[in-house]
Ligand binder design. Sequence first.
Ligand code: NAP
Length: 287
Amino acid sequence: MELGFLGLGIMGKAMAVNLLKSGFNVTVWNRTLSKCEELVAYGASVGNTPAEVVKKCKYTIAMLADPPAALSVVFDKGGVLEEMCSGKGYIDMSTVDAATSTKIYEGIISKGGRFVEAPVSGSKKPAEDGQLIILAAGDKSLHDEVMPAFDVMGKKTFFLGDVGNGAKMKLVVNMIMGSMVNAFSEGLVLTDKSGLSQQTLLDVLELGGIGNPMFKLKGPAMIQQKFPPAFPLKHQQKDMRLALALGDDVGVSMPVAAAANEVFKKARSMGLGDHDFSAVYQAVKEP
Ligand code: NAP
């Protein structure tokens, strides 16, 4: 299968490498074009613009930072729409809000193409291991055709119906995660300030009902105050912002998420946006 892949950040690079290793012919593009070189070593071809990639490939996948990036790659000069036409499919796996995804869908179908949104749950390591959870919605026939690629990138794909449903589900999941990492950070700081061992807290949590893979994975690095970026904090804050806007739309009060968002904003203002989202610990720790 000939696939295009737009966006070679932490996630996109790992996903594209898996597709190449599994035998797909992949043509890549990234805004910073030099990042494509590493993929060429795995057998990728390179397109100079998103349009060039779409022209060459029947199916094009995108994994981009945020709504402005996802829109720019589709609608700007040299963008996806210039070469989109009947017979082609566009699969956007970026985490964006439903309104952004719907705008992209409308652009793609106006050119005769088909569209699926497919944001993912799971971070750098699951992306490297092909163990993502894919939250797809949109054109079912396109979803079915690209399932072999989803099966390489993920361990399970949910098909959630109309465009927007995948985006919303993803925001709900990350809203919960953002609130959890804040509560976890407060617990770690409270443990320390109370003269207790943070490692003992991790051991206690792991054995009980509120133990979970995220605390297990992030906890040891957090107590050493190490935050190598797997999921950049700036993206987690974007997801909190978009989830709170969704709550606004549907009239759901989310005081816990709103408070967590404020701490992520504080962390961003402390210059921690490019660190892992667990660096919110530093913002909790600072008075
Ligand atoms: P990342 O490492 O920051 O990569 C972002 C990608 O978007 C890069 O390829 C970047 O290009 C590109 N980009 C940014 N602004 C752009 C613009 N205006 N025009 C064109 N391209 C632009 O992010 P990531 O961690 O891979 O995340 C990608 C998406 O997946 C985000 O929506 C994120 O929320 C979501 N996600 C991430 C994780 C995770 O754990 N990391 C997990 C699930 C979902 P340059 O290289 O030129 O900067």
